[in-house]
Design a binder for this molecule. Structure first.
Ligand code: AMP
Ligand code: GLY
Length: 426
């Protein structure tokens, strides 16, 4: 089987490592890929939003199966374009990827089907949003741009003044572009956050092991929001009780709701949950693997990923049981100093060969590039260092040990990835 993976981050590298383990696969392409993915796949210089070129490439090279890793092409309808040409594809169609592509859509869906989430109102008109906030007594409040905004379109506003300024930022100054044509204003809720990824075939859902992200740039969850500075799996907050609640009220209910709306979802649904004192609530849905959640969840999965993905496409997921190793994994992101604001690129990376043949250790590339001098930094998030361990504590020690194997100028990381476990002693 020839497989094409669309994307270029650490998530796509983790997907590629899992795909490469499948005995069914003899060739992997990745568009556009990165230097690490290039060690196990042939990278092709086509961008994830170049739908016509991707389709032509898949046809010319007799690609049997395409895996779309990223949100933008999914929300833009890449799967529909490929399927129209008869190419088998893992990922939701455009009418289902809207679950991530529009927060107003997902909130209305949850309300209609009684899926627990924070109370909210949707707004198309900034004047109405302002009038609503003027009358509201309850702060903080959360403002969300409707569309995709690289995880940055969420503003937590502590006062009415901040919220009014937020309406201007999102809807008038259009800081997040067309994503701010509509806006959700939402109740502020509190509690630990957990990421739960799942495979879905349109009707059946299979839940993967839980994970937790660290979105802020600095230790102690301070500083700016980033794409994610590190993850760990499983989450000690995701207890059997939480799992039972979510299975009863959230997971299957979401899949059934999408089917009832004539938008059957096939692919990965990522449930961003907040475990509030009143019970779990859905903060957001994503229509793809998380990055860097994939980097701790996939290394622990025992199944053949191609078999599971094909079952999603064929509607036979009910025949599959997912299996995860009874251990833990931690991923520490090595970033460029200054990320997420401004940073230099082009520094040589050394020590990568140290990972070769090291069982239970992974060096997932995100922003890297191969040049004549070797592999150099090429982005804000450069590498994701994942290590397994029999417990989260052990996995964390292993991951931080391995983070020292790699060197490059301006290397930056958080030192408290996985520390949440100290709050819930094992
Ligand atoms: P989202 O992109 O919707 O997951 O939001 C990004 C982050 O904003 C989340 O990971 C939360 O930390 C925070 N957040 C989103 N919605 C709320 C809410 N209703 N109450 C409190 N925090 C929130
Ligand atoms: N790690 C969060 C995301 O992928 O959106």
């Amino acid at each position: 089987m020839k497989v094409l993976i669309v994307g270029s981050g650490g998530r796509e590298h983790a997907i590629a490592v899992s795909v490469a383990k499948s005995p069914r696969v003899d060739k992997i392409y990745c568009a556009p890929g990165n230097a690490g993915i290039g060690q196990l796949a042939e990278c092709v210089d086509i961008g994830a939003m170049e739908f016509e070129r991707l389709t032509a490439f898949a046809k010319e090279n007799s690609v049997d199966f395409v895996i779309v890793g990223m949100d933008d092409p999914l929300v833009g309808g890449l799967v529909d374009v490929l399927e129209a040409e008869g190419i088998r594809c893992f990922g939701p169609r455009k009418n289902a990827a809207i679950l991530e592509g529009s927060k107003a859509f997902s909130k209305d869906l949850m309300k209609k089907y009684k899926i627990p989430t924070a109370a909210y109102e949707n707004f198309d008109d900034p004047g109405e949003a302002v009038r609503y906030l003027e009358e509201r007594a309850d702060y903080p409040v959360v403002l969300k741009a409707d569309g995709l905004a690289l995880g940055k379109g969420v503003l937590i506003c502590n006062t009415k003044e901040e919220a009014l300024a937020g309406v201007r930022t999102i809807m008038e100054d259009k800081q997040f572009g067309a994503a701010g044509d509509r806006m959700v204003i939402e109740e502020f809720i509190t509690g630990p956050e957990v990421s739960v990824l799942s495979f879905v075939d349109g009707k059946t859902i299979r839940i993967m092991t839980s994970a937790q992200d660290h979105k802020r740039a600095q230790d102690g969850d301070r500083g700016l929001n980033t794409g994610g500075m590190g993850t760990f799996s499983p989450s000690p907050f995701y207890t059997a009780e939480v799992d039972a609640f979510c299975r009863e009220h959230i997971y299957q209910a979401t899949v059934d709701a999408m089917a009832a709306e004539g938008r059957p979802f096939k692919g990965v649904i990522f449930f961003g949950l907040m475990l509030t004192p009143a019970g779990p609530r859905v903060l957001e849905y994503n229509a793809r693997f998380g990055d860097p959640e994939a980097q701790v969840v996939l290394p622990r999965m025992k199944n053949d990923i191609i078999e599971v993905m094909e079952a999603c496409v064929d509607g036979t997921l009910d025949k599959i049981e997912l299996e995860f190793e009874d251990n833990a994994a931690v991923c520490v992101v090595l970033a460029s100093q200054g990320y997420p604001v401004s940073y230099e690129k082009g520094f040589k990376i050394t020590g990568l060969e140290r990972f070769e043949g090291e069982e239970g250790y992974f060096c997932f590339h995100a922003g890297t590039k191969r040049t004549e001098e070797g592999i150099v930094t090429n982005g804000g998030r450069v590498l994701g260092i994942t290590a397994k361990g029999s417990t989260l504590l052990e996995a964390r020690a292993n991951a931080y040990g391995a983070a020292e194997w790699v060197r490059f100028d301006n290397k930056y990381m958080r030192h408290d990835i996985g520390r949440a476990i100290d709050e819930v002693r094992e």
